[in-house]
Design a protein around this ligand. Structure first.
Ligand SMILES: Nc1nc2c(ncn2[C@@H]2O[C@H](COP(=O)(O)OP(=O)(O)O)[C@@H](O)[C@H]2O)c(=O)[nH]1
Ligand SMILES: [Mg+2]
Length: 266
């Protein structure tokens, strides 16, 4: 699906909705880190319907920090249909990297930790998906309010019961996919909202892909796009939809509707 002139080693996909404030410092940190690596990489910001200057801050960042013929790091801005799930799907399927990483705009995980999700820390060929976990041994969570943790644990209990038994943290916004895993999973994704993480892992299990959990250091960020009541209700609905779709065999063939509109590259 992607239209790639080159294959960078790593693509970092950032879904972004009204992120004019959080995105610029995040881009500075990510691109600063990528410039120190020996491999070529790209950052793909996927925005939709923001009412603030999200697109403009990305364009400005590119003008100020990226040379047009930059061989090491590229930054692209794409637009998708509404929802975090739709944005990630669009980014994953239009990214070019050999490895493709979902990364929340708030960078609640320091970007240096990304090395834990790549060879040589992980064996090349030994994993298809590596997901960040705030729950397994070795993870450290900083400054998270107790109520948010409890909400997360209750949701995870339901997720394990209904969709993906055994995974302690499906919702953390940092996940690595090999290009083959991304191209197997994301064409099948149907959920546009917050519940997409569960769906993606459910599809991975269905296709017997190898999943590893990586313990991370995670710093709670006060600012959130999640609306606690409304989004919790729709995530529960999405959980049931995943099961229904699974029973109906919908995760064996690609989703019929393209979740793509125009693709202005910066
Ligand atoms: N493109 C796009 N990105 C979204 C949407 N909703 C959330 N995001 C992004 O998803 C990421 C996680 O959001 P955040 O508010 O940090 O969620 P929290 O950490 O779970 O409280 C951020 O990068 C958001 O900008 C959406 O509707 N569209
Ligand atoms: Mg966040």
């Amino acid at each position: 699906m992607s239209d790639c002139e080159q294959t960078p080693y790593l693509s970092i996909i950032i879904p972004a909705y009204n992120e004019e404030r959080r995105l610029p410092p995040t881009l500075v940190k990510i691109v600063g880190y990528l410039r120190q690596q020996s491999y070529a990489s790209e950052v793909v910001v996927v925005e939709n319907g923001s009412t603030d200057q999200t697109s403009q801050v990305v364009s400005r960042f590119v003008d100020e920090h990226i040379m047009p013929d930059d061989k090491l790091v590229r930054v692209k801005l794409l637009h998708s249909l509404p929802g975090k799930g739709a944005a990630v799907k669009h980014g994953m399927l239009n990214a070019c990297g050999e490895y493709r990483f979902i990364c929340d705009a708030d960078l609640a995980m320091p970007i240096e930790e990304i090395a834990k999700f790549l060879p040589p820390a992980l064996k090349r060929g030994g994993f298809d998906i590596a997901i960040a976990s705030r729950e397994i041994e070795g993870a450290v969570r900083f400054q998270e309010p107790e109520y948010r943790h409890i909400m997360g644990r209750v949701f995870n209990w339901l997720v394990r019961l209904l969709a993906v038994p055994g995974i302690q943290d499906t919702q953390c916004g940092f996940k690595m996919f090999t290009s083959e895993a991304a191209e197997t999973i994301f064409p099948l994704q149907r959920i546009d909202g917050w519940g997409f993480d569960v769906e993606v892992l459910y599809i991975a299990r269905r296709h017997q892909l190898k999943l590893v959990e990586i313990p991370i250091h995670w710093y709670y960020q006060t600012d959130s796009r999640v609306r606690p009541v409304r989004d919790t209700v729709s995530m529960l609905r999405e959980l049931l939809k995943i099961r229904r779709n699974g029973r109906r065999g919908l995760y064996a063939t690609p989703a019929p509707h393209p979740m793509v509109d125009e693709l202005p590259a910066v």
